[in-house]
Ligand binder design. Structure first.
Ligand code: PLP
Length: 464
C-alpha cells in the first residue's frame, strides 16, 4: 500500500528489522528480498511464485530478441567446445574478430575498432580513457575537462558516474569518488525545454549555443570531450534531439578539436530503427567514440563495447603502441559468441527495420489509448524506445509530489496485471524523472504488442 510506496520512493531511511540470514546475496534493497525469476521464454518472464509478465522493457532495454533463442544458445554452446576464457589482453579469438568485423566492416562513419567489455559502464570508462590517452599522445595533455548533459545516466562505475546526472546514484559518492572536471549543459528535452515561441530549429540552435558558451567558459582547448546519449534513456525517459542539434554539436566539436562521445548503451543496437541512433541525426553526424552495451549481447552474456573512429586510433598510434587499459574479461569468448549470434538474428529477421515499423505503430497506439489522459504529460521516443512522463497537471506541467509516486503506482499495477515496464529516476536539473520506459523486444509478436497496450491502459485506468 501507501506505506510501501513511500518506502520505495524514499529508499532507506529507517531501522528495518530484516533477518540478515534471509539471503546471503547483497541485493540493492537492504530491506527486502526481490522476487525470484524462475524462467524466461520469448517475451515472457516467469517468477517462482508462478506470476508471469510480458516484458515490455526487456529488463532494462537488454533482451532485445527475447529470451531463449535457440540459435544464440547453440552459438554459445559451440564456442564452449572451442575456448571459453583466454587472456584477451594478450591474445585474440576468431569470435572476437568476427564480432568486430560484423559490427564495423563497411560502416560509413569511419569507425574502425571495437574494444569489447562486459557492461555499459565499463564501455563509458573505456571511452573516457581512450579520449584522455588520445590527447596525451597527440600532445594536448592540457585537455582534462569533460562536458556532459543534464538528465543523462551513463552508468555506475566511478568514471561513468562522474559524467552522469543521476542525482541519487551520485549522492553518497559525489564528495569522495566523483571526478570534478565535469560540467553540464541542458538536455534535449523539448517538453520542458523548448519555448512556446521557438521552432524546433530555434530550440536546436539555442542548445548548441549553450554548448558553445560552456566550451568558452571552460576553455575550449582544455576540453577533452562532450558526452551525450542520442536518445536519453533511463534518467531522461526517451528524450530525442531537435532537428539539427547533433549537426551543430559535431561542427562545434570539430571547430575546437573536442571529441564527441555518444553513449548508445541503451538506444543503440537497433532500438531506434537504425543500428545506431545517431544515424537519424542528419548528414555529417558521427561519433569519435561510441559506446554500446545492453542489447549488444541481448542479455545472453555480459557485453559492452566502445567503437573508435579511425582518427582516434591514428592519434593514439602517433604517440604510442599501447592503449593503457584492460580488463581480465575483455572480449570474453562466450560473450562475443552470444553477441555475434544476436547480430545474426537481427539481420536474419530484419529486426532493426521492425523497430522502425513497430515503433510507428507503438507511437500511435500509446497516443490513441492514453495520450489524452489526465496525468499523461508527454509521450516521446523513437523506434521501440518510448517514454511516458506523468504530471499532476497537464496544462501547467506541474510534476507530482512526491516525485515518482505515480510512476511507481503504474509500475506496480502493470506488474500485477502481467506487464513489466521500467520506472524513471531523479536527475540533475531538478525534474525528478516521473516517467516510465517502454522498450519491448524487437521480435515481440503483433499480438504481444497489442497485449502491452491493453495492459498498460487498463493499469492506467486503475491508477488514475
Ligand atoms: N549508458 C546508458 C545510456 C545506460 O542506460 C546505461 C545503463 O542503464 C549505462 C550506460 C550503464 O550500463 P551498465 O548498467 O551495463 O553498466
Amino acid at each position: 500500500g501507501e506505506a510501501q510506496e513511500e518506502k520505495k520512493i524514499s529508499s532507506v531511511n529507517g531501522n528495518f528489522d530484516i533477518d540478515l540470514d534471509a539471503s546471503h546475496v547483497l541485493h540493492n534493497s537492504l530491506v527486502s528480498i526481490p522476487l525470484t525469476v524462475a524462467s524466461a521464454s520469448g517475451s515472457y518472464v516467469t517468477f517462482s511464485n508462478g506470476h508471469r509478465v510480458l516484458d515490455a522493457c526487456t529488463g532494462a532495454a537488454v533482451a532485445i530478441i527475447g529470451h531463449g533463442d535457440p540459435d544464440v544458445q547453440a552459438a554459445i554452446q559451440e564456442q564452449m567446445t572451442k575456448v571459453c576464457y583466454t587472456h584477451t589482453v594478450a591474445f585474440t579469438t576468431p569470435v572476437a574478430e568476427a564480432l568486430a568485423n560484423d559490427i564495423l566492416e563497411g560502416n560509413p562513419h569511419g569507425l574502425c575498432r571495437a574494444f569489447f567489455v562486459s557492461s555499459g559502464s565499463e564501455a563509458m570508462d573505456t571511452a573516457l580513457k581512450l579520449a584522455r590517452q588520445f590527447y596525451v599522445e597527440i600532445g594536448q595533455p592540457q585537455r582534462r575537462s569533460l562536458v556532459a548533459r543534464q538528465r543523462a545516466y551513463h552508468g555506475n562505475t566511478v568514471g561513468a558516474l562522474s559524467v552522469s546526472s543521476h542525482v541519487a546514484r551520485r549522492a553518497p559518492f559525489k564528495d569522495a569518488l566523483i571526478l570534478t572536471n565535469v560540467s553540464y549543459v541542458s538536455a534535449t528535452y523539448a517538453y520542458r525545454g523548448q519555448l512556446e515561441e521557438e521552432t524546433e530549429e530555434d530550440y536546436s540552435a539555442r542548445l548548441v549555443k549553450e554548448l558553445n558558451e560552456e566550451f568558452q567558459a571552460v576553455g575550449p582547448t582544455t576540453v577533452m570531450a562532450f558526452v551525450a546519449e542520442p536518445v536519453g534513456g533511463a534518467t531522461a525517459g526517451c528524450i530525442t534531439a531537435p532537428r539539427g542539434y547533433y549537426q551543430g554539436v559535431r561542427q562545434l566539436c570539430d571547430k575546437y578539436g573536442i571529441l564527441l562521445i555518444l553513449d548508445e548503451v541503451m538506444c543503440g543496437s537497433g532500438r531506434t530503427g537504425t543500428y545506431f541512433a545517431f544515424e537519424q541525426e542528419g548528414p555529417g553526424v558521427y561519433p569519435d567514440l561510441i559506446t554500446l552495451g545492453k542489447g549488444l549481447g541481448g542479455g545472453y552474456a555480459p557485453m559492452g563495447a566502445v567503437l573508435a573512429h579511425k582518427k582516434v586510433i591514428r592519434g593514439l598510434q602517433s604517440g604510442t603502441s599501447y592503449f593503457v587499459h584492460s580488463h581480465t574479461y575483455q572480449a570474453h569468448a562466450l560473450s562475443c559468441a552470444a553477441a555475434l549470434a544476436v547480430q545474426k538474428v537481427l539481420r536474419r529477421d530484419g529486426l532493426v527495420a521492425r523497430c522502425a515499423t513497430k515503433g510507428r505503430w507503438l507511437e500511435k497506439a500509446l497516443n490513441s489509448t492514453i495520450g489524452e489522459c489526465k496525468y499523461v504529460g508527454n509521450i516521446r521516443g523513437k523506434g521501440l524506445f518510448w517514454g511516458i512522463e506523468f504530471v499532476k497537471d497537464r496544462a501547467t506541467k506541474e510534476p507530482f509530489e512526491p516525485a515518482l509516486r505515480f510512476t511507481w503506482r503504474m509500475v506496480d499495477e502493470t506488474f500485477r496485471r502481467g506487464l513489466s515496464i521500467y520506472p524513471g529516476a531523479g536527475t540533475a536539473d531538478g525534474i525528478r524523472g516521473d516517467h516510465v520506459l517502454i522498450a519491448p523486444p524487437y521480435n515481440a509478436s503483433d499480438e504481444e504488442f497489442e497485449e502491452m497496450i491493453r495492459l498498460l491502459s487498463e493499469a492506467y485506468g486503475t491508477v488514475e
